[in-house]
Design a protein around this ligand. Structure first.
Ligand SMILES: C[S@@+](CC[C@H](N)C(=O)[O-])C[C@H]1O[C@@H](n2cnc3c(N)ncnc32)[C@H](O)[C@@H]1O
Length: 343
């Protein structure tokens, strides 16, 4: 009997024959994004499939491609498509889109909102960052005077140079400013809000689908909310925001982690802006004030003037000398700025 402690190597094992290599079963493939060329092929197939009689729509086609792991919407581009055409119709209605309107749509995706806008009689200028989605929308609607699709990142797109000439051509016929309607990729929402709201000479209204909590925060002009920030001052300086309705996350594909909501910003024109000598210097003061949200203004604005001058200005406009930024509504900031710039 061989002792249990024996470390004898025993007889040599036969080495695996080269003719019969031992293979591990292949690891399951991770759910990865298709390469750019493959995405192009897949989306062209989606266009063809959705166009066949009997196919219900683009989204269900893309959804079924996804279920077979063939098209993965890109998270980095906020590709959460709207599945519910009623929501698209309500977005169009919230912007009061009617025959002859010119609409800037950001991120048309598969074109479901685009279809509702065209249906309402608008001329649509769509800016889409994903070149395959831009191609899909062009193929879906074909060549029509009513639609122009540009493959571009909206945050880099120069609206005044490229959209304005398009709008002006139509404006001569309608004498109406353009509108913005978009189911926005959530990750660029604050950048887009900052870009569009000061453009009251181009757009009359901006209607966006945002994350619900962002929409709630932006629509609230009061200083009571804990998240009161310079963006709230900015929004109310340039527009009249209105929370329209909440959209449950079930309505998107893929389903995001949070609900969406539609918010409308009625843009002011320059004559309606609060009277400040320069919006640039005004917002620089507001931003500095919020740098230390818990700090008193007489401290956080010290780089602009002395604390005694700030205290005098606060006193003059009827605020305590110990005021903090979250105590001031838009009008207070305007009066404070005007006092300090007069000093
Ligand atoms: C939330 S999806 C909306 C798609 C479609 N409008 C809908 O309602 O189903 C956002 C779309 O914006 C596009 N997009 C993402 N970032 C963008 C950007 N910076 N500029 C333009 N389009 C962008 C995405 O590719 C995607 O098509």
């Amino acid at each position: 009997m061989v002792a249990l402690t024996s470390l004898s190597p025993g007889p040599p094992r036969p080495s695996p024959s080269p003719a019969t290599p031992r293979r591990r079963p292949p690891a399951p493939k991770p759910h990865v994004y298709a390469s750019s060329r493959r995405r192009g092929r897949i989306l062209r197939a989606a266009t063809a499939a959705a166009a066949t009689p009997g196919a219900d729509d683009y989204h269900s086609t893309i959804r079924s491609l996804n279920s077979r792991g063939r098209h993965v919407p890109r998270k980095s581009l906020g590709q959460n498509y709207m599945l519910n055409s009623k929501v698209n119709e309500e977005l169009v209605a919230a912007a009061g889109v009617e025959e002859g309107d010119v609409v800037l749509e950001i991120g048309p995706g598969t074109g479901s909102l685009t279809a509702a806008l065209l249906q309402a009689g608008a001329t649509v200028f769509a800016v889409e960052k994903d070149k395959h989605m831009a191609t899909l929308v062009k193929d879906r609607f074909g060549s029509t005077e009513q639609l122009k699709v540009i493959e571009e990142d909206i945050t880099k797109f120069h609206i005044r140079s490229h959209f304005l000439p398009f709008m002006k051509e139509k404006y001569h016929a309608t004498k109406k400013l353009a509108k913005v309607v978009s189911n926005l990729p959530f990750n660029v929402s604050s950048e887009v809000v900052k870009l569009l709201l000061p453009m009251g000479d181009v757009f009359s209204v901006v209607v966006l689908m945002l994350q619900d909590e962002t929409a709630v925060r932006l629509a609230d002009a009061s200083i009571q909310i804990p998240e009161y920030r310079p963006i709230n001052v900015f929004v109310n300086f340039y527009s009249k925001p209105e929370y329209k309705f909440r959209v449950d996350r079930e309505n998107f594909f893929p389903r995001p982690k949070v609900n969406g909501a539609v918010i409308s910003f009625k843009l002011k024109n320059a004559e309606e802006y609060p009277p400040v000598s320069s919006p640039k210097s005004f917002f620089s003061m507001v931003n500095s004030a919020f740098m230390g949200k818990r700090k008193m203004l007489r401290k956080s604005l010290q780089h602009l003037c002395s604390s005694s001058e700030i205290e005098a200005a606060l006193d003059n406009i009827g605020l305590p000398v110990t005021a903090r930024p979250s105590d001031l509504i838009l009008d207070d900031f305007v009066r404070l700025h005007n006092h300090l710039t007069k000093v």
